[in-house]
Each structure stands twice: as structure tokens, then as C-alpha cells.
Design a protein around this ligand. Structure first.
Ligand SMILES: [Zn+2]
Length: 600
């Protein structure tokens, strides 16, 4: 139904992203016709390796729940907890979401609790798991302190592996793909965090443990502990950390970037919840229906093979796993906070979210959202069950595809590096307007309510601005902040050690205004105004003094560098004042013969 109405990524991209060069064409065709680079099984083909004893997710939980959901009485509450009197919809709607047949147990899911697992309880939970793992032969577990939140809370990552150790080098030496699981970047979306505590326990001492024979897993159950403590979306300083993954202005996003740089995951899962009533009820007179909304990276310059792997190896099995549990799903979508705007958009196409930036880091990057924002503890067992089911599927897919994934990343990295100085770079892309059938629920009767909506599809990316791909970027010696952020991502930056000159394109400003960053919801909770410049490219000679920088594009993270360094986009380092002025960077258009050194 709705999902087949959308073109498959392969089809849509070959239609809209017409390759400019024969090389690109052959790669695009290879991606569409299963030419084995990397070896690519036919869709639906048998797995090359048998699955480890992956449990059906329903077998994980601990005790039996009542078969029909009842809106639980909730004691005096902290902010954000919904009581029966305030339940945003009728009992008939609630009855559409029966609890799973088994219930999950974490501190925050205990009967009678009015608050979710606290930050201290998460730390204790993780420490207990590390202690338990120490008693298990050949299982290594460690709690990595990866940073501190703006209010000083410790940010922790749990590493679980059968490698020789838990440090990054040992994980790399294991040869197994690593899955990074991230919960609760938005503080008012608790189910992902509770589910990750369940997943951590089951990997360490439960039914998911056999997975670790094939994969390494890193879990950050709560990426935004301050937002969680305040039951609000944003971080303490008011910034939305899930629009900060390119800029890295928040210590929370920096912590995840450093972790990703050092541990190089193959797959990243970002667990969220979405608004159930609120503006959807106001705009459409309906309640949101889908247990899970799903999307992978959809931003400019994502390699075709990566999209194909995300779709075929991950999303499709994930959908099947959800269905097997009686859980419904759809592509991720949202709508703006402007009540007169009834358009619905898939998750954004900007390189700002974890989903898209991790895609630019060449990982399979998956967003999983459950119906949870604004309904407090309603249906919490079902929300957690949805996340546990989905995440277990991702772990199983990774274990099953481990050998293919080992080939995929080096292949993609080589492909990207090989595009430097030639081919096209998409500087900005947007979604394609279309229409879509969605099912929502009547808020009184609970019956399905079919809607045909204006729909911005992120699967069919529309090119807005393209340029010839440079060999690299030159950055002035005063670009220290930008260089620091690029290096946090793992981008290779070289320092010029002797004055030199290069052929390049300089940016000449043709217009400027101030503005705010936007996403499909509206204005982003942000640090302030951005600089919206229009530029013309002027071919010339760049004089590169000692102490200035060169960012070569013959590297795996070239597409991330493009997103950061082409100045005339809303997420660029220039627009967001990490680079002071337009003369502080330039496109290098011929392979330079510079004397440079690696930064320490
Ligand atoms: Zn969210």
C-alpha cells in the first residue's frame, strides 16, 4: 500500500540523479543491477551465513502482562506525564494498542512508577551489566565516559564485545561489524532509552548474547540526560542536539562524534519517539496510528550502495520483524508546527541530524521512532516492545550480513575518495513533493481514518545546487574552530608547512541576509541567526601561507567535508559562523603540490 507507492531508492535516484560521467553511470548501474562490487545477493536471497540464535523479540521480556491495555492510574506526576483524565484520546483509541504479551522490566518501567529511569539509575544499570559481564568467559564489557552534558551529567557508552579488549583498536582488530545504538537525543522521548537498557541486558546476560559472536555493540542509552531530567526535547542550553551533528556546538553531539570517529561503527541506530496527537490532531482531526516510523539517511551525496544496503539488508527485515509482532510501520514523517500548513514531510534532507550525518560517515544509519511524544506513560510497554523488536532486527541483520558489511564500507570509501577532482558534488538537495496515503485514527471511535496528504518524499532527492567536485578545500590559518570540528568527525585536515599556491575557485559574495536554520518542523532550536550568503565562484590562484590548512577530498569523509565547507547552505560552517568570512576558504581545483603535515 503506502510503501509501494514510493519508488525504491535505486529507481528514484537513477531517475533524478542522472550521473554525469560514464564511471558514475557504471557505478549507479552496478548498484541497481547487483553487479558484485561488493558481492550483492539477490533481493530476498538466502543469507550467506546462518543467523546466530537470534531470539524472537517477544521471548525477551520477563513477566506476563494483562492482554488488553488499560490506561494505568498514574500518581502525582512530574511534568509531561499524562493521567487518565488528561489522556489525549478515547478508550476506543487506547484499545487499538494492546500491551505486548510479555512485559519489560527496567527501573523506569516498574509498576507504580511515575517517572522513567533516572540518569543515576541508568549508570547503575550499566555498571551492574559490566560487573556481570566480567564473570562471563570471553565477553568484554566496559563503560566509556564519552563526555559530559551541559549540566555536568556523565555521558556513558557501554561497549560489548568478544574482541580482545574494549578499546577502539581491539574493536577494529576483531574484524566484526560494530553497531552503535543511541537513545533519547530528545529528552521527552523515553521509550528508546528504556528499550536500550533491555537490549544491553539481553546482550550481556540474556537471549541476545549469541549476537556478540558476530558483532560488536556500543550503546548510549541516553544521549541527552539533561533534556530527560527536564522532560523536554532540547539540551540544557536550548539547542536541539539532533540538528547539531554537523556543526557540533553541543558537548552532547561532540561526544557522539568522538565515539563514532574512534570506534567506526558500521551501523548506527537512532531511537526516538514521535508526536501522537498535538498538531496532528489539530491539523487532521486524527490521532497517529503507526507503532514505528522508519527512515535511513536521505541527504545529498549518500552512495547508492549504502542506500541499497540500508533498504534491502535492514529496513525490509525490520518491517517484517515488526509485522510478525503485530506492530504497524510507515516511513518516518512529520509536519510543521504551523497549523495552516497541512503538508507532511518525511525526515529531512539536510545534513544536520544524526541520521543524515552518520550516513555521510558511510554508516548504515537508521532512525526508529515510536508513537510516544505527548502521551506520557500510555502504552509504554508497547512502545518499548516496538523498539526492542526493531533494534533486535538490526542486530540480527548485522550479524547475518557481517561478511558483506566488511566489504561494503571499504568499497564505498574507495568510491568516494576516487571522486575527488572530478564528478559532481550536490551542494544542496531537497525532497520531492508528491502525495501519499496515510492511516490515522478517529480520536473518538478509534477507527482507521485514511488520509491522502501532500507528502515531501526524501527518498526521491531533488538536486537544488550542484558544483564540480573539488580536489579539496583550502582553509585560512584562522579557521581553527572549523578544523577542530572537522577533526572531531574524523575528517583528515593537513597543515601547510611552506608557503605555496594552488589553482582554485574563490567564493565571491553576491548577496547576504540573516536567517534561521529550518527543518521540516519549522525553525530549529538553535544558537542564533545564520548568515545566508549567495556566492559566485571565481577561478584564481590561492596563496596558501604556512599555518593554513588543506582538506583533501580523496578521503572517505569527503561528502561530509562538502556539507560543512560549501558556504552557501544553512548548515555550512560559514553560515553558522564557525568560519569567519568567505575569504577564509576556497575550493582547490587541481591536485596541489603543497608541503603539508598531519596535525598531531
Ligand atoms: Zn526525536
Amino acid at each position: 500500500m503506502t510503501q509501494t507507492a514510493l519508488p525504491l531508492p535505486c529507481t528514484s535516484r537513477s531517475g533524478l540523479f542522472r550521473p554525469a560521467l560514464p564511471l558514475l553511470l557504471s557505478l549507479a548501474l552496478a548498484a541497481c543491477t547487483s553487479v558484485p562490487l561488493p558481492p550483492w545477493p539477490a533481493p530476498g536471497g538466502a543469507a550467506k551465513a546462518p543467523l546466530p540464535a537470534a531470539p524472537a523479540p517477544a521471548t525477551i521480556p520477563v513477566t506476563v502482562a494483562p492482554p488488553v491495555v488499560v490506561i494505568q492510574p498514574v500518581p502525582a506526576r512530574p511534568s509531561g506525564v499524562v493521567t487518565p483524565a488528561e489522556a489525549p484520546y478515547s478508550a476506543a483509541v487506547a484499545a487499538r494498542f494492546p500491551a505486548p504479551s510479555l512485559i519489560y522490566s527496567t527501573p523506569g518501567l516498574q509498576e507504580g512508577r511515575s517517572s522513567f529511569t533516572s540518569n543515576a539509575e541508568i549508570q547503575n544499570w550499566l555498571r551492574d551489566l559490566v560487573a556481570a559481564a566480567a564473570a562471563t568467559p570471553a565477553l568484554k564489557a566496559a563503560l566509556l565516559p564519552i563526555g559530559r552534558s551541559q549540566s555536568g551529567e556523565t555521558l556513558d557508552a557501554l561497549v560489548l564485545t568478544r574482541a580482545a579488549g574494549t578499546e577502539a583498536a581491539a574493536i577494529a582488530a576483531s574484524g566484526r561489524p560494530t553497531v552503535l545504538l543511541i537513545g533519547q537525543q530528545h529528552g521527552d522521548e523515553p521509550a528508546g532509552s528504556e528499550a536500550l537498557l533491555v537490549i544491553a541486558r539481553e546482550l550481556t546476560q540474556g537471549l541476545l548474547r549469541p549476537m556478540l559472536d558476530r558483532i560488536n555493540v556500543i550503546i548510549v542509552p541516553r544521549a541527552n540526560p539533561d533534556g530527560s531530567a527536564d522532560n523536554r526535547r532540547v539540551t540544557t542550553g536550548g539547542l536541539d542536539m539532533n540538528r547539531d551533528h554537523l556543526l557540533l556546538n553541543t558537548p552532547e553531539a561532540q561526544a557522539l562524534a568522538r565515539l563514532t570517529r574512534d570506534y567506526r561503527p558500521t551501523v548506527v541506530v537512532d531511537a526516538h519517539e514521535y508526536t501522537v496527537v498535538g498538531r496532528f490532531l489539530q491539523k487532521f482531526g486524527a490521532v497517529q496510528k503507526y507503532d514505528a516510523l522508519l527512515q535511513y539517511a536521505t541527504t545529498a551525496n549518500i552512495p547508492e550502495f549504502l542506500t541499497k544496503a540500508s533498504e534491502e539488508w535492514y529496513r525490509r527485515p525490520l518491517v517484517a520483524a515488526l509485522k510478525s509482532q503485530g506492530l504497524s510501520n510507515e516511513w518516518y514523517y512529520t509536519t510543521s508546527t504551523d497549523l495552516t500548513d497541512k503538508k507532511i514531510s518525511m525526515g529531512g534532507t539536510q545534513p544536520d541530524t544524526g541520521r543524515n550525518v552518520n550516513g555521510l560517515k558511510n554508516t548504515v544509519s537508521l532512525l526508529i521512532e515510536t508513537r510516544g511524544v505527548g502521551i506520557g506513560r500510555l502504552h509504554i510497554q508497547r512502545r518499548v516492545h516496538t523498539h526492542v523488536t526493531a533494534i533486535s532486527s538490526v542486530l540480527a541483520s548485522t550479524a547475518q550480513r557481517a561478511s558483506e558489511l566488511r566489504q561494503l564500507q571499504p568499497y564505498i570509501e574507495k568510491e568516494i575518495a576516487g571522486q575527488a577532482c572530478k564528478d559532481e558534488a550536490v551542494v544542496e538537495a531537497g525532497p520531492t513533493p508528491t502525495q501519499q496515503e496515510l492511516l490515522m485514527l478517529d480520536p473518538i471511535t478509534g477507527a482507521d481514518k485514511a488520509l491522502r496528504v501532500e507528502w515531501n518524499s526524501a527518498l526521491a532527492l531533488r538536486k537544488i545546487k550542484t558544483r564540480v567536485r573539488p580536489c579539496g578545500y583550502w582553509l585560512s590559518a584562522s579557521s581553527k574552530t572549523a578544523v577542530e570540528r572537522l577533526r572531531l568527525h574524523g575528517v583528515q585536515v593537513l597543515r601547510v608547512t611552506e608557503p605555496g599556491s594552488m589553482l582554485g575557485d574563490l567564493y565571491r559574495e553576491t548577496a547576504r541576509s540573516a536567517g534561521e536554520r529550518q527543518d521540516v518542523r519549522g525553525t530549529i532550536s538553535d544558537a542564533g541567526q545564520i548568515v545566508k550568503a549567495e556566492v559566485a565562484l571565481v577561478r584564481g590562484v590561492i596563496d596558501a601561507p604556512t599555518g593554513s590548512y588543506y582538506v583533501p577530498l580523496n578521503q572517505p569523509l569527503a561528502n561530509l567535508a562538502i556539507a560543512a565547507l560549501e558556504p552557501d547552505t544553512q548548515n555550512s560552517y560559514f553560515a553558522n559562523r564557525l568560519i569567519d568570512n568567505l575569504t577564509g576558504s576556497a575550493r582547490v581545483m587541481a591536485e596541489p603540490s603543497l608541503k603539508t603535515e598531519e596535525l598531531p
